[in-house]
Design a protein around this ligand. Structure first.
Ligand code: ADP
Ligand code: MG
Ligand code: ZN
Length: 482
């Protein structure tokens, strides 16, 4: 038996207006290179950093939501290394005394079981710049590397977990839960694809029979939640393979290479940089008062997992629905509004998880500025209750309602979306179909009950999908069993 152990180091870009230690704008994503910089963030001689209070508040918000203990006195340090995207020659971070420690996040694992993942520490640090490599390694006129310093000094929080995750799937679930939390807190956009949330994963495998543990391997460059799971799964299998062969697993850093769907060795951990950490002489210690902690604690919104548990309790919807609906604030609020107004939580959930989420994803629907409302769903439910339209027709009606910004009942009137309840007409169509296909009737009588679909289909075709499927089914059954 092999047991997998995973711990994560996560960098989350904090959504403050300005950078960590200067007044340059912090939102630098896809901005013109080298336009959002100043002497401080590019490390000019004599320029001094000033800590951004908003960054501290956002870090505290994240830390308190993750149940961390706040260090009332923390400090900043320099992490020294040479790289072209780091003009200062060091990053400011909190190495010796982070702002927060010893927290946890409770997740529901792949089997729906509650699991506590401990947070070792959370600290503030600044990002480095970006190198853009053009062309091949053979330097010529059209090749070379470009330097964009906009990202220098962009504020991050680094969150380090204890090695408490026991599968790649669980690591992905944790990352998603963390993202959902940071998003409702407005601490981080959570966008892994855009690099606003990044994750390095440490993984090791224990051979329980031999009571032997592999070295841990660090995996980098997984820029989506899916890849976190895929890369770790690949790595877990690779380590188990090595263990089975009796090989040593190297203590190293590996990189997830997307096109090849595998990890490759980057460097040995044994020979890793010595960052020569030392206290940052240009910044005083950071003091956080009890009052400040209390104010921020009181301002925390309802967190996704609490919301999920409340949805199950209050609306009596399945755990799966509650999980999906509570993971995004806009969707959660919309669900509650519709569920309360229509007094039909499960149906509201079905429509929102099905049609609404599909339209958000496929048609880029903007929930806030769309025609969707609680009144619209009540109207739609009424049309279905009154058997004026079938649930299948309701989807088309909803599409039109949004496109034309009219209530479903108006669409039904204008477009003649009425369900055919005409039993005489339905009976006539089925009679025709029976005449044409005696074989199907015999099959039905000999026990192949699902050939009823053939007759229902015939009616749907004749009525252009407007017949009430329940009524058609009833009539067809009655006639075939005669
Ligand atoms: P480093 O200095 O290499 O970053 P740390 O001690 O800071 O090492 O640990 C980094 C990460 O490695 C943490 O997230 C921790 O949970 C994880 N980790 C520690 N031990 C193991 C292990 N045996 N297997 C998997 N992950 C581990
Ligand atoms: Mg590390
Ligand atoms: Zn600056």
């Amino acid at each position: 038996m092999f047991r997998t152990i995973i711990g994560l180091e996560i960098h989350a870009q904090v959504m403050s207006k300005t950078k960590a230690f200067c007044s340059c704008p912090a939102d630098v994503f896809e901005k013109k290179p080298n336009t959002l910089i100043c002497p401080v963030c590019t490390g000019q001689p004599g320029a001094l950093p000033v800590l951004n209070e908003e960054v501290v508040c956002l870090a505290l918000k994240g830390a308190l939501a993750l149940n961390c203990e706040i260090n009332k006195k923390s400090s900043f340090d320099r992490k020294n290394y040479f790289y072209p995207d780091l003009p200062k020659g060091y990053q400011i971070t909190q190495f010796f005394k982070p702002i927060a420690e010893n927290g946890f996040l409770i997740i529901d694992d792949q089997n729906g079981k509650e699991k506590k993942i401990r947070i070792r520490r959370l600290h503030i640090e600044e990002d480095a710049g970006k190198l853009l490599h053009i062309g091949s390694e053979n330097i010529s006129e059209s090749t070379g590397s470009y330097l964009d310093l906009n990202r220098c000094g962009v504020p991050l929080i680094e969150i380090v977990t204890e090695p408490d995750m026991s599968s790649p799937e669980e690591a992905k679930i944790f990352m998603e839960a963390l993202r959902d939390n940071l998003k409702v807190l407005n601490v981080c956009s959570g966008d892994m694809e855009k690099g606003a949330l990044r994750c390095d994963a440490n993984i090791s495998v224990v051979d329980e029979e031999k009571n032997y543990s592999s070295n841990r391997v660090e995996v980098k460059n997984m820029n989506s939640f899916k890849f976190v799971e895929k890369a770790l799964f690949y790595e877990k299998e690779r380590i188990i393979d090595e263990l089975k062969k009796g090989h040593d697993v190297k203590f190293e850093t590996r990189s997830w290479v997307m096109p090849d769907k595998k990890t490759v060795s980057m460097r040995s951990k044994e020979k890793e940089n010595d960052y020569r950490y030392f206290p940052e002489p240009d910044l005083p210690p950071l003091f956080v008062s009890d009052e400040k902690i209390e104010i921020i604690k009181a301002s925390l919104p309802e967190l996704p997992r609490d919301k999920k548990l409340r949805f199950i309790e209050e609306y009596n919807i399945p755990e799966y629905d509650a999980g999906v609906l509570s993971s995004d604030l806009l969707i959660a609020n919309f669900f509650e509004e519709v569920a309360k107004y229509t007094n039909r939580p499960k149906e509201s959930s079905n429509w929102i998880m099905g049609e609404v989420l599909r339209m958000i994803k496929e048609e880029n629907l903007d929930l806030e500025n769309s025609f969707l409302s609680k009144e619209l769903f009540q109207d739609l439910f009424k049309l279905m209750d009154g058997k004026i339209i079938s649930s299948k027709m309701a989807k088309d009606v909803l599409d039109y309602a949004l496109k034309e910004k009219k209530l479903p009942s108006v669409i039904v009137e204008e477009k003649g979306f009425k369900q055919v309840e005409d039993t005489e007409l339905i009976t006539k169509i089925i009679q025709e179909a029976i005449k044409k296909n005696q074989k199907a009737v015999d099959q039905y009588k000999s026990g192949k009950k699902n050939v009823i679909g053939y007759f229902v289909g015939a009616v749907m075709k004749e009525t252009k999908g407007k017949a009430n499927p329940e009524t058609v089914n009833e009539i067809a059954k009655e006639m075939l069993e005669k």
